[in-house]
Design a protein around this ligand. Structure first.
Ligand SMILES: Nc1ncnc2c1ncn2[C@@H]1O[C@H](COP(=O)(O)OP(=O)(O)OP(=O)(O)O)[C@@H](O)[C@H]1O
Length: 758
């Protein structure tokens, strides 16, 4: 048997070696073609070739750098009953026009995930190839039609079990070699409309969501280009945990954001207490904010005084308040937002001043023109009606008197969260987003002509430069970048010594001249990677590309994937709705894990809040995280009426201990915890603050119950479940989430009585 295994491994190694050889070739070819400047030849057939090679090149480089951690590029093989076989990998590779490796997302590869003994789809044998980087280390076979298997040699004990048995790392690993049939169906569901994927804890919903993002990118290349897919997760801890999955699938262009990161410039990580989250998450907040935006800024001056034609004129607080009301009424009539209302404010102020003047011998038009141009008037107007940002306006709520539309207790509870706290909570983010819409953008100041240095500088985000840039690349020596291209447009090659700046510039001048531009000097600048480089001063300025009103980052998403969607408050739904108006969606969640006090009662209700209908629902039934023993215990905390998940994972250890001294017991537990596993202590949020300083074991995570959603650990210690339940209205659901985080061991420590259900 050992021999058979050795021979089979050697045979597969041959295929893997060839794949790596071809990838290396593709990389070199892409470099060469870029060097010849073919990418500039717009539209020609060569462009397509280079684009594709560049894509394979990027993916290959990325995958190779991940090899140490990832399981290698080749991971599967299918043998069909008609004698055909092919290999499956993280990307497709052709050998002399014949497919050598089929991308796992290609239709042909679906059989790898879908074939079962009952419905073999022509497959005799499915083989999982286990690699460490480019080295094949083991094989695992699954025979689907034993009667046809004939001479096939069969090895292994089950790739899925082997995958499940490995301990967790700091990051989630992809599951591309062991995706199960029902998961595959969800991954490959059509992009259009709304796909709802539900399932209990550990059924692979997050994995499915991420693999689906990679699948959609593959099947919609061209349409779903950089940054057109958004994946939203519940917390930054969670997005960090899952951040490696898409890169290991060769995809880096998906935007991965936590709910607290959806508003540009804000990163919110903490949540408000449930009682406050309930107020801030409620639809009524929209009315509170719609009132707030028309209030007088705290810094606004309270009196305007000036002298006209020898007459002293004054607008006092009463006049100014009346003026504000008039501006609001006028804006309401034509839908003008406060930030676009400065001209209205000017007009209303001038009218109010005219009321104060004895105008019998004066010309009203002339009065308005002269006063408007006065410095003192302009300064007043700017201070009294300044452009407002969402962050400054939300802070006004620190004064409960400004909260119109809530009862005094709620107003005070909200106000208190803005006093003495410089940072934002996740619950504030939808409010900031709402304010951005209500306030509107200030009209752009008249554009000064773009300064010369700006034209030369890196245009951030799109990773391209606005003019030619010459820089010295680590690998390829001198590289010349052309305007709006992110890859080098010409390479000097080894012919020019790295230090020979003058020679490199002469070479670049020749290439640029061929493009029709003459270089008259050189200045310092940056290449698309932000590395220092040299920028040519051209005899004729380059035509500047018309700057789009919105940057690429502002372009609407075409597909949005929402993970842990069961928890969105109405205000969060409004924030999402603004981003999905033109997008298809994948909504992922589990109503049994809903913890937000205002979470929707059903999926149709949630989708209605987002403004979507026409759902395609796919359900995942099998749990891969929590062993059956622990899953059954956790199910006691599950809301009645929701079916528990069937667990596939064997083993597991469960211990429930009543102790006198919780913290001493916790220390004992931690001493016994395995060292080669991930360990978490989970407790009610308030208690984690007292636990954290007590723990000096490296590698042990102390996680507040409110932040543990979506995460998993080999060894979980839950401290005082009753406190977790008591901390919030949906405490029982929270406890269910907490109890379903363990992959191997769950220890429950309690001093107070356990919640009745347990
Ligand atoms: N087909 C699979 N092969 C190997 N491992 C899998 C498979 N499906 C899921 N897993 C593993 O099971 C665990 C749970 O997956 P995941 O976090 O995606 O589940 P989930 O449904 O999102 O859970 P929760 O609702 O608790 O957030 C992960 O460790 C994941 O890698």
């Amino acid at each position: 048997m050992a021999d058979v295994r050795g021979q089979e491994i050697a045979a597969e190694q041959g295929v893997v070696d060839r794949v790596y050889e071809l990838l290396e070739g593709a990389r070199e070819r892409a470099d060469e073609l870029a060097g010849e400047g073919h990418r500039r030849a717009a539209g020609g057939p060569a462009t397509g070739l280079v684009e594709r090679d560049a894509m394979v090149h990027r993916a290959a480089v990325r995958l190779r750098s991940l090899d140490a951690e990832a399981e290698g590029i080749v991971f599967g093989r299918l043998d069909f009953d008609d004698g055909e076989t092919f290999h499956i990998g993280r990307l497709g590779v052709r050998d002399d026009h014949e497919p050598l490796l089929v991308d796992w997302r290609a239709p042909a590869a679906a059989a790898f995930y879908r074939a079962t003994p009952g419905d073999p789809l022509g497959v005799i044998r499915r083989r999982v190839i286990l690699c460490q980087g480019p080295k094949v280390i083991d094989l695992d076979d699954d025979v689907l039609t034993p009667e046809k298997a004939g001479e096939l040699r069969v090895l292994g004990e089950g790739a899925l079990l082997a995958a499940l048995r490995r301990s967790r790392g700091a990051h989630m690993r992809d599951i591309v070699s062991t995706i199960q049939r029902e998961q595959d169906e969800a991954i490959r569901a059509p992009a259009r409309g709304v796909t709802l994927i539900t399932g209990g804890p550990g059924t692979g919903k997050t994995q499915v969501a991420l693999h689906r993002a990679a699948y959609l990118l593959y099947t919609n290349r061209g349409r779903l280009t950089d940054g057109r897919i958004l994946v939203v997760g519940p917390s930054t801890v969670f997005t960090r945990y899952i951040s490696r999955v898409l890169p290991s699938l060769g995809e880096e262009s998906v935007h991965l954001r936590a709910l607290g990161e959806l508003v540009e410039g804000v990163t919110a990580t903490r949540r408000d207490r449930a009682a406050v989250a309930r107020i801030k998450g409620d639809d009524r907040m929209r009315d509170v904010l719609a009132e707030l935006i028309w209030q007088s800024p705290p810094t606004a001056p309270q009196r305007l005084r000036l002298v006209y034609a020898g007459q002293p004129l004054t607008l006092d607080a009463r006049h100014l308040a009346a003026a504000r009301r008039r501006i609001r009424t006028r804006c309401a009539a034509d839908g003008t937002t406060p930030n676009a209302a400065a001209p209205t404010a000017t007009a209303v102020l001038l009218e109010a001043l005219w009321q104060e003047v004895d105008g019998r011998h004066l010309d009203r038009k002339l009065f308005a023109e002269e006063v408007r141009d006065r410095d003192e008037f302009r300064r007043f107007r700017r201070a009294w009606w300044p452009p407002l940002t969402p962050t400054e306006v939300l802070r006004w709520l620190a004064d409960p008197a400004r909260v119109v539309g809530l009862d005094p207790e709620d107003a005070e509870a909200v106000a208190a969260t803005y006093r003495n706290r410089p940072d934002w909570s996740v619950d504030d983010v939808p409010l900031l987003d709402e304010l951005a819409e209500l306030l509107g953008r200030p009209p752009a100041a008249p554009q000064a002509p773009e300064p010369e240095w700006r034209l030369r500088e890196l245009t951030t985000g799109t990773r391209s430069v606005a003019t030619f840039v010459l820089s010295c690349g680590l690998r390829n020596g001198w590289e010349l970048y052309a305007p709006h291209l992110s890859t080098p447009f010409a390479l000097a090659g080894p012919g020019i010594d790295n230090d020979a700046v003058v020679a490199a510039q002469r070479w670049a001048e020749a290439v640029i001249l061929r493009e029709g531009h003459q270089v008259v000097g050189w200045a310092d600048g940056f290449d698309p990677h932000g590395e220092e480089g040299y920028v040519p001063v051209l005899a004729e300025p380059l035509p500047v590309e018309e700057a789009e009103e919105d940057s690429a980052d502002d372009e609407p998403y075409l597909h949005v994937i929402l993970d842990e969607a069961q928890d969105l408050s109405p205000m969060e739904c409004r924030m999402i709705a603004r981003r999905v108006e033109y997008a298809s969606m994948t909504v992922v969640g589990d109503l049994g894990q809903a913890t937000h006090p205002l979470a929707a009662q059903s999926w149709p209700q949630l989708l209605a809040r987002i403004g979507k209908r026409e759902i395609r629902t796919l359900q995942l039934h099998t749990g891969y995280r929590v062993p059956a023993l622990i899953a059954e215990y956790a199910a006691r905390a599950l809301t009645p009426g929701i079916a528990p998940t069937r667990s596939y994972r064997p083993g597991g250890t469960l211990a429930v201990r009543r102790v006198d001294d919780l913290h001493a017991a916790l220390r004992d537990e931690l001493q016994q915890a395995p060292h080669d596993a991930t360990v978490a202590v989970i407790a009610a949020d308030d208690r984690t603050e007292t636990i954290t300083p007590l723990i000096d074991a490296p590698g042990v995570a102390v996680v507040p119950a409110s932040l543990v959603k979506g995460l998993e650990y080999d060894h979980v210690i839950v401290v005082e479940p009753a406190e977790i339940v008591a901390a919030e209205p949906r405490g029982m659901n929270r406890l269910y989430v907490v109890l379903t985080r363990a992959v191997a061991t769950l220890v429950v420590l309690h001093h107070d009585a356990l919640p009745v259900a347990l």
